[in-house]
Design a protein around this ligand. Structure first.
Ligand code: NAI
Length: 732
């Protein structure tokens, strides 16, 4: 069992601890050995009046359980007095929980100056006064933990809470800076946006929801953030109902408007509005410096010819064009069946899936090597010979990125043998912000060509040498069709995925060593792009070629963003003749990791490719059919009542097996099966069995949500209208 977290010897001040969340924190700290100052002014929820009873009662509760506590009845506006109470009673102050709060909700037009001032004084100025009074004590003792209490109203805005939202988001700004100033002093400051049943929320939410929002579900996060073992600082969390999530800023890549001969103007802003607001490939700057540096790198990415900033330091050598045509020494690669199996495991194959056995068991009657193992063979030919030893080129090895990859198989790869690879530099391109080296590797078994690879290696900062921008030799990516994907496969990678994949040949420490990946600016070691590529390619091989490696002709991808081991890959596919366009996203973040991809398939020589096995009969299918019928029968009645689009993912054994969209917003309403091209207001994922339990009224949607059986995203308030659909429409 893990060692319990205790606070022996620590002194904690909890403001507004006479009730609600504050009381819960005070009790929890008291129970775990801290000496607690229970502060509460004891007024009403609007901040009127005062009373010592609330704080006294909590002090008694702590003492009754054997804890140490004193009361303080001052307003947080008198911060010094609160800290003095801690010093008088216990001689020090270690932890400050800024929690006291009131509400004075009014729509903005009716908001008085008093409503504004009182809220700022209690929440923002109160937290400032208390924290500043504690700061120097924390600084001297080189230990301090501070919590600021924000609110979803501050993060997202909320009708009637302009004063409160402003104060709550102000607390986040205060916390962000204190975290920076406190870092070297071992003073940590974090912000929470809680949701809990208290007198502040009692009249706002339905009773059955409030029942699940117990204040004791918030205190564990607060205690952990305040423990000496916790390294977190400057972070923001939403917490409630037994759930905790971390928040961060997201910024679109944006668009550079200022160029030679293109002045900044409001019209230019208008014309580029979609680009400015496009969150595809968004970044998450966490500091002012990161924000600035990534902005500058955007400027540097502009093409040198027409761009704002040319790249005077770029260098790929005196005459990069000289290296075109360079032939690497021939490379011999020997492998056995074991390497094929290790690679298959590295790209996520598992004995859990009976279809995978032919790639995992050398005794299988159809034992085969995955076609994408061809990249491993060619990789050795390029890397072992040394990209950095090419005459005429000066490449900084830390600046190399694998930009794109193309692989073509002329026959199924042997499951063992000795192959010879011949690599040549086909072209070198000048992309302004960097150079692209296109390397072709042809791999032979004896005289027979087995496969060829085209590596597009991006050398950061090496552009601007005046080279050409495109090449007739390059295999280009292809954008997917604009319709919704024809098929989508989601599969989790494991935490060990990179550790396993690297055993096939790419031993770059970036994928295993946390200190190395930190130097590259990554929080954790990242998965190999070619590992995600392996996942995506076998998703397509299974979906459209019945796992037959003989059908695999070629694959092309662009590597866009890294994936972390443990994240799930979502391969989206579009079939167009013998070409399957695809792209791959990280399911958890929605960010694109492989783009512009395609797999070309050879014609099936044996029989027609097997169609996807439909999922086992789904009970929900009948219900959706009934929902569709009733939507039609209701005319526009249901649309009037509901006004929303509901996307459903029905799962079985953790996999999505059906998708439905109930459109009760547009026209007379409609039901769609399969991927939906429009935008759902709320998306719901639920298993077939739980869906039936909901429809039959065995559980209600709130209960299912709280139990984690119903996952809901988007406009949750609309989710409350699920009852209308499930109870009234879906009765069978
Ligand atoms: P609560 O009303 O039960 O607790 C707040 C306490 O602060 C009260 O006991 C009150 O007497 C005390 N207080 C008010 N003004 C004070 C002052 N000037 N000096 C000292 N004490 C004072 O409310 P709850 O829900 O426990 O709120 C705690 C904190 O969490 C507040 O900052 C609130 O804004 C925040 N919050 C709560 C949410 C919830 O769902 N309950 C949602 C988002 C934020």
């Amino acid at each position: 069992m893990s060692v319990p977290l205790t606070f022996d010897g620590k002194v904690v001040l909890v403001t507004g601890a006479g009730g609600g969340l504050g009381r819960e924190y005070a009790l929890a700290f008291g129970q775990r050995g801290a000496s607690v100052v229970v502060n509460d002014l004891g007024g009403n929820a609007k901040g009127e009046g005062k009373n010592s009873a609330a704080a006294d009662k909590v002090v008694e509760e702590i003492k009754a359980k054997g804890g140490k506590a004193v009361a303080n009845y001052d307003s947080v506006e008198d911060g010094e007095k609160l800290i003095q109470s801690a010093l008088d009673a216990f001689g020090r102050i270690d932890i400050v929980i800024n929690n006291a709060g009131i509400l004075r909700d009014r729509s903005f037009s009716r908001l008085s100056e008093l409503d504004w001032d009182l809220i700022q004084r209690v929440h923002l100025k109160g937290s400032f006064n208390v924290t500043r009074a504690a700061w120097n004590h924390m600084k001297e003792q080189k230990f301090g933990r501070i919590i600021m209490t924000a609110s979803a109203a501050g993060l997202y805005g909320n009708f009637g809470q302009a004063n409160y939202s402003a104060a709550k988001l102000g607390l986040l700004g205060l916390s962000n800076t204190l975290a920076i100033e406190g870092r070297k002093l071992n003073i940590h400051c974090n912000t929470i946006a809680p949701i809990a049943n208290s007198r502040l929320t009692q009249n706002i939410m339905p009773a059955d929801i409030l029942e699940n929002l117990k204040p004791e579900y918030v205190s564990p996060l607060v205690l952990w953030l305040c423990h000496e073992q916790c390294e977190e600082t400057g972070a923001l969390f939403e917490v409630g109902a037994g759930w905790i999530g971390k928040l961060r800023w997201e910024r679109s890549p944006g668009h550079v408007l200022l160029r030679k001969n293109h002045p900044m103007s409001p019209e230019a802003v208008r014309d580029q509005w979609d680009n400015i607001c496009d969150f595809k490939d968004a970044s998450h700057p966490a500091t002012v410096n990161e924000s600035l540096m990534s902005m500058l790198s955007m400027l540097n990415k502009e093409p040198a010819g027409d761009g704002l900033v040319a790249n005077p330091t770029s260098s790929l050598g005196h005459n990069p064009a000289q290296a075109v045509g360079y032939k690497f020494p021939d490379h011999t690669f020997s492998y056995t069946e074991m390497q094929c199996i290790l690679y298959a495991l590295g790209v996520g194959m598992s004995t859990k899936d009976p279809d995978h056995l032919r790639f995992l068991y050398e005794g299988h009657e159809n034992f085969a090597c995955l076609p994408t193992y061809g990249v491993i063979i060619s990789q050795a030919a390029v890397m072992d010979s040394g990209l950095t030893n090419i005459p005429g080129l000066e490449i900084n090895p830390t600046q190399i990125l694998h930009g794109e990859h193309y692989l073509k198989c002329y026959q199924p790869l042997p499951t063992s043998g000795t192959l010879i690879s011949k690599a040549t530099i086909l072209d070198i391109l000048d992309k302004g912000s960097g150079a692209v080296i296109i390397i072709n590797v042809s791999t032979y078994q004896g005289q027979r060509l087995v496969c060829s690879n085209q590596w597009s290696v991006f050398v950061v900062g090496a552009g601007g040498f005046g080279g050409k921008k495109s090449s007739p030799h390059a295999e280009n990516t292809a954008p997917p069709p604009s319709r919704a994907p024809d098929a989508v496969v989601v599969e989790s990678t494991t935490k060990e995925q990179a550790a396993l994949y690297r055993l096939s040949g790419d031993r770059n420490p970036l994928h295993i060593d946390p200190s190395f990946s930190a130097m590259g600016g990554f929080k954790d070691p990242i998965l190999h792009g070619l590992c995600s590529f392996g996942f995506a390619s076998r998703h397509i091989l299974k979906q459209y070629a019945n796992n037959d490696p003989a059908r695999f002709c070629a694959i092309k991808v662009r590597f866009v963003k890294p994936v972390l081991p443990g994240q799930s890959l979502q391969t989206e596919m579009w079939k167009e003749g013998n070409r399957v366009h695809f792209q791959c996203k990280v399911k958890e973040t929605g960010s694109l990791t492989l783009s512009g991809g395609y797999v070309d398939l050879y014609e099936d020589q044996t029989s027609d490719p097997k169609a996807l096995q439909p999922a086992a009969d789904l009970q929900s299918r009948l219900v959706f059919a009934e929902i569709g019928r009733r939507i039609q029968a209701s005319g526009a009645g249901l649309v009037e009542q509901v006004k929303g689009v509901f996307g459903w993912e029905i799962t079985q054994d953790g996999k999505t097996v059906a998708q439905w969209t109930i459109d009760l917003k547009n026209g007379a309403g409609a039901l769609h099966e399969g991927p939906y091209s429009g935008k759902a207001d709320v998306s719901i994922a639920v298993s077939d069995a739980d869906f039936m339990a909901l429809v039959q009224g065995k559980v209600n949607p709130q209960q299912a949500f709280m139990a984690g059986k119903l996952k809901i995203k988007g406009n949750i308030m609309l989710g409350q209208k699920l009852d209308i659909i499930l109870k009234d429409v879906a009765k069978l």
